[in-house]
Design a protein around this ligand. Structure first.
Ligand code: SAM
Length: 283
């Protein structure tokens, strides 16, 4: 810790000339897994913090925002989400939110890196507490290959809770993977993918929308929401539906407790800000 009682843990985005940092008091885990560099830090104000390949993933304090927004909008748009697949999501925060929905009968989660889930069990136990739910099937393999081999029209909702499009996450943003997602979803199926920040990654978002359109998704909408530990402070989840409208939102069941998501907010976020609408144009 270089003699000081704390150390700055940074994420740098070279191409945007930006850096974001959090003060940490102790490194709890430092592991080179077969896929990525995994770190967990104890911080002064954010609880525990996970980084993968130097990129902030989640902190104890604020991860509920991301995990709720990667799950509830898609599930509340589907009329009857019974079979859900999560690609990535190894910290199990999104899984925790999906399991709150009683109508969900099965959740298969495919993360390439088992070390992320084992680290979450140690340092974010509140996110893995329900992993023994009988509806859960945790697999540790490549999500791209899994989707390529999955049966056609077998899933209601696909959630892509991935790392950035570098390293193992690259294929999860590509046209072949998105075409497979389209094939694996039932006709009324919905997918949502982590699609980065419009302030930092607009070309990526445009490519993502284009690939979803080319895969056959009738409608696409990127919901912008806060992400306090990412440089830029916000991120998008892009929803895509095979048929029907993304404006049809079911009210949240009374027993699904949330701290960020609510139907009114979901409806409001569907009104895409003009600067994003303009950039995404007709893709
Ligand atoms: N909230 C996060 C973020 O965007 O910063 C995402 C967190 S979650 C930890 C991302 C997960 O995606 C990681 O656990 C990583 O192992 C997984 N992942 C990356 N590439 C993958 C692939 N090809 N197949 C399955 N999982 C993958």
């Amino acid at each position: 810790m270089s003699g000081k009682p704390y150390q700055w843990v940074d994420e740098t985005v070279e191409e945007m000339g930006a850096r974001f940092g959090i003060r940490a008091t102790e490194k709890l885990l430092d592991e080179q897994t077969p896929y990525q560099h995994l770190e967990v830090w104890r911080t002064q104000h954010w609880g525990n913090l996970m980084r993968l390949d130097g990129v902030m993933m989640l902190s104890s304090l604020e991860n509920f925002v991301y995990h709720e927004m990667m799950s509830h909008p898609a599930l509340q748009t589907h009329a009857a989400p019974r079979h859900v697949v999560i690609i990535g999501g190894g910290d199990c925060g999104t899984l925790t939110e999906v399991l709150k929905h009683r109508e969900v009968e099965s959740v298969v989660q495919i993360d390439i890196d088992e070390a992320v889930t084992r680290a979450a069990e140690r340092f974010f136990p509140e996110l893995t507490a329900h992993n023994d739910d009988p509806r859960v099937d945790l697999r540790f393999e490549d999500g791209v290959a899994w989707m390529r081999n999955a049966p056609t029209a077998s899933v209601d909702v696909i959630i892509v809770d991935s790392t950035d499009p570098i390293g193992p996450g690259t294929g999860l943003f590509g046209p072949d993977f998105l075409a497979d997602c389209h094939r694996v979803l039932r006709d009324d199926g919905i997918m949502v993918g982590q699609s980065e920040s419009p302030f930092y990654h607009m070309p990526l978002m445009i490519d993502y929308h284009r690939a979803m359109r080319d895969a056959g998704f009738a409608e696409r909408r990127s919901l912008l929401f806060p992400q306090p530990v990412y440089p830029g402070g916000s991120i998008t989840g892009t929803l895509a539906r095979k048929t029907g409208s993304l404006d049809e939102i079911r009210p949240l069941a009374a027993d699904v407790a949330t701290r960020f998501y609510r139907s009114e907010l979901h409806r409001g976020l569907l009104a895409i800000p003009p600067f994003m609408q303009e950039a995404l144009g007709d893709v």
